[in-house]
Write a protein that binds this ligand. Structure first.
Ligand code: ATR
Length: 260
């Protein structure tokens, strides 16, 4: 039986095993997908388990998407571009790191028929997932990306890699069509993002990468403004779908109820 894993810390609440095991069963594949909480020092060994085929594939979640990189033989182009790996596999005797977060975000927007073409998108946050979002938005033909983060150093770093980003101070509210919460603010029920909601018109689209809780305060306030809202559930499902395709060469079926 082939074995797959998601690694991270914390990992208790990961829904990846539920999703992958559902698709494994649906497609009659002889495999199992488990979760494992790791520490930084365990990464080397777990990746050698891929090399010696004890494990067939690994999904990587926070906080290891970057720290796995030194232990891999090769990165795919999207993984290299983002310096972020969420899917590991072995091919031609080499261990590869890939990134399906970019594709996951792209597919999530296409799924709801939202086009960013020629639009201004405002991203809050500059953490690990942001390079994937930037690349997806560029692929989709965005007009301008505006970025703001509490700690400005991190936005300056991203600006070096993507010079056409517009950086603004934390707390400022620019004009935009779509706003994305890519911070961890909202994971706790009482988290409030510093944002001037009164200056934002109702025609904007509010997107939160967080999907648990399903409606953060950010999305609840936007809903009250009459704005379109969307959480990160479908992005999560689509990144998993693309990882499944890499490992099993089958694109599994996706619907809204997979995590219910
Ligand atoms: P990492 O930065 O290690 O990749 P992450 O979970 O991917 O971690 O990113 C966390 C994001 O949420 C960061 O943009 C972080 O801002 P800082 O760079 O200033 O830390 C943001 N964030 C977390 N707590 C926040 C808070 N209380 N207010 C504003 N932003 C916050």
């Amino acid at each position: 039986m082939k074995k797959y894993l998601v690694i991270g810390n914390p990992i208790e609440h990961s829904l990846s095993p539920k999703l992958h095991n559902h698709w494994i069963k649906e497609n009659n594949i002889n495999a199992i997908y488990e979760k494992r909480k790791l520490d930084e020092v365990d990464i080397k060994n777990i990746i050698s388990d891929i090399k010696n085929e004890k494990i067939e594939g690994i999904n990587v979640t926070l906080p290891f998407k970057k720290s796995v990189i030194p232990f891999l033989d090769e990165l795919t182009i999207p993984a290299k571009e983002t310096q972020s790996v969420n899917t590991i596999f072995k091919k031609n005797n080499k261990v590869f790191g890939d990134n399906t977060d970019i594709g996951g975000f792209e597919r999530a927007l296409k799924y709801i028929n939202y086009s960013v073409k020629n639009k201004k998108v405002f991203i809050l946050g500059a953490g690990g997932v942001v390079p994937s979002i930037i690349i997806a938005l560029k692929r989709l033909g965005v007009d301008q990306i505006i970025l703001s983060n509490r700690t400005k150093d991190k936005t300056e770093y991203l600006k070096k890699i993507y010079p056409d980003l517009k950086i603004i101070d934390w707390g400022e509210t620019p004009n935009f069509h779509m706003i994305i919460n890519a911070t961890s603010m909202g994971l706790k029920k009482d988290d409030e993002i510093k944002l001037n909601y009164n200056d934002i018109g109702p025609k904007n689209f509010f997107y939160d990468i967080i999907y648990n809780p399903s409606q953060t305060n950010f999305l609840l306030k936007a809903k009250r403004l009459g704005s379109q809202i969307e959480n990160g559930k479908m992005m999560f499902i689509f990144q998993a779908q693309l990882a499944f395709k890499i490992w099993h060469n089958i694109l599994p079926k996706v619907n809204d109820n997979l995590l219910d």
